[in-house]
Design a protein around this ligand. Structure first.
Ligand SMILES: C[S@@+](CC[C@H](N)C(=O)[O-])C[C@H]1O[C@@H](n2cnc3c(N)ncnc32)[C@H](O)[C@@H]1O
Length: 259
């Protein structure tokens, strides 16, 4: 239970005006989760491998927070990186943190809006996308995935905090009391899904689960990587899913927070 003094400190912190709050954060830059991608060396290596083996044109991250993973993605890929953040405090902080990296474009606003704007451009770019926008009741990943699926024929997507149903050592997110798992996903015809090959016991950092999704054109290249394995049937892990349950659990596609 949080101590009274900590509760007061947190309350005061949350009521600071943004222009004070992000400067205060800059005075104490936090190595969140011990580094990029929740401080997970296995996840970092997986992303390095994906970015090395597949010729992408650009990278998108949803949920910038402190820009730790943003700078990692920029350094590892050498590609243009777009990152979206709704909270002005974190956006301002990340602007300062990423100021010396011209390849990073930070967007203050909803991740779905960013993806829709990127989707409106001409061309056939290959996209690597790290979906990590959450915290709160709003879970944008369903719509993010639909936009990517409808627009990009060459895309690889990693969803952070995803339930790896046959490895409970990995943590996952819940939304409205439900796990972020396969039932959450929209229909993505032609796409293939993978879990990390590394077990949670072998992974470091925060040991958060993830799902790797590859569009039909890039699925074989992803499958060949040592860091992934195909998603196994859930029945094997004792999980239950019927089409009825799936439909009942799909989140509302419309969001009142869309810009
Ligand atoms: C888990 S943190 C992201 C961590 C970051 N990707 C990293 O690896 O360091 C989630 C962030 O998403 C932001 N967020 C929540 N909903 C969002 C949305 N719809 N669009 C953009 N950002 C959002 C939150 O404010 C929070 O900063």
């Amino acid at each position: 239970m949080m101590r009274f003094r900590d509760r007061v400190r947190r309350t005061v912190d949350q009521t600071l005006p943004t222009w004070v709050a992000y400067r205060k954060d800059l005075l104490r830059p936090m190595r969140l989760y011990g580094g990029p991608m929740n401080g997970q060396p296995g996840r970092q290596q997986l992303v390095r491998d994906i970015l090395r083996e597949i010729a992408f044109d650009e990278v998108v991250e949803t949920g910038t927070y402190r820009g730790v993973t943003t700078t990692f993605l920029s350094d590892v890929s050498g590609l243009p990186v777009h990152s979206a953040e709704t909270a002005e405090r974190f956006f301002r902080y990340a602007q300062v943190r990423c100021a010396d990296r011209p390849g990073i474009a930070l967007h203050h606003g909803d991740s779905r809006g960013l993806l829709r704007r990127l989707a409106e451009r001409e061309g056939d770019a290959a996209l690597f996308c790290y979906l990590d926008a959450h915290w709160g009741e709003d879970v944008p990943r369903y719509e993010e995935l639909l936009t990517i699926h409808q627009r990009w024929s060459r895309a690889v997507v990693i969803i952070d905090d995803f339930r790896v149903h046959d490895d409970p050592g990995y943590g996952h997110e819940t939304y409205h009391g439900r796990p972020l798992d396969l039932d959450y996903l929209p229909e993505l015809p032609g796409w293939q899904m993978f879990f990390p090959a590394l077990s949670a016991a072998e992974e470091g950092g925060c040991k958060r689960g993830c799902l790797v999704l590859a569009s039909a054109e890039l699925a074989a290249a992803v499958e060949a990587l040592p860091g992934v394995r195909p998603v196994p049937p859930r029945e094997a892990a004792g999980a239950v899913s019927t089409p009825g349950q799936r439909a009942a659990r799909a989140p509302e596609p419309a969001s009142p927070r869309l810009p």
